[in-house]
Design a protein around this ligand. Structure first.
Ligand SMILES: [Zn+2]
Length: 114
């Protein structure tokens, strides 16, 4: 629930700046390791906006792919989800100690309001 509350709070700040009062759509980009479960986030968001002026607003979730760097040879490579953390490096085969370069983000990238 906390993540949905943060998203709504950020959206409300942006709407105040634009002097809008009703949220139509909010797009959130999240890293594969940000701990986001899309179904439960949608559920929490909808529960939060029910019976408010924002009821019916759409939440768009866009997953940012994982980007890792091998600690051994420095090769940067991509992965789908959390399990990619233990994938062997494509160039040297090292399986442990990859650094996460991208994948923990949580960004409110766009809102539409009226
Ligand atoms: Zn490597």
């Amino acid at each position: 629930m906390a993540v949905a509350e943060n998203i709504l709070a950020l959206a409300q700040e942006a709407m105040e700046r634009q002097q809008c009062s009703r949220l139509d759509m909010v797009r959130v980009e999240y890293g594969a390791l940000a701990g986001i479960v899309p179904e439960s986030l949608h559920f929490s968001f909808e529960a939060l906006i029910r019976d408010t002026p924002h009821e019916g607003a759409r939440l768009e979730l866009v997953c940012i792919p994982l980007r890792l760097r091998c600690a051994f040879c420095g090769t940067s490579f991509g992965g789908e989800g959390q399990e990619a953390l233990w994938q062997p490096c494509p160039s040297c085969g090292e399986e442990f100690g990859h650094t996460v370069e991208q994948g923990k983000e949580l960004i409110l990238s766009r809102i539409q309001a009226s």
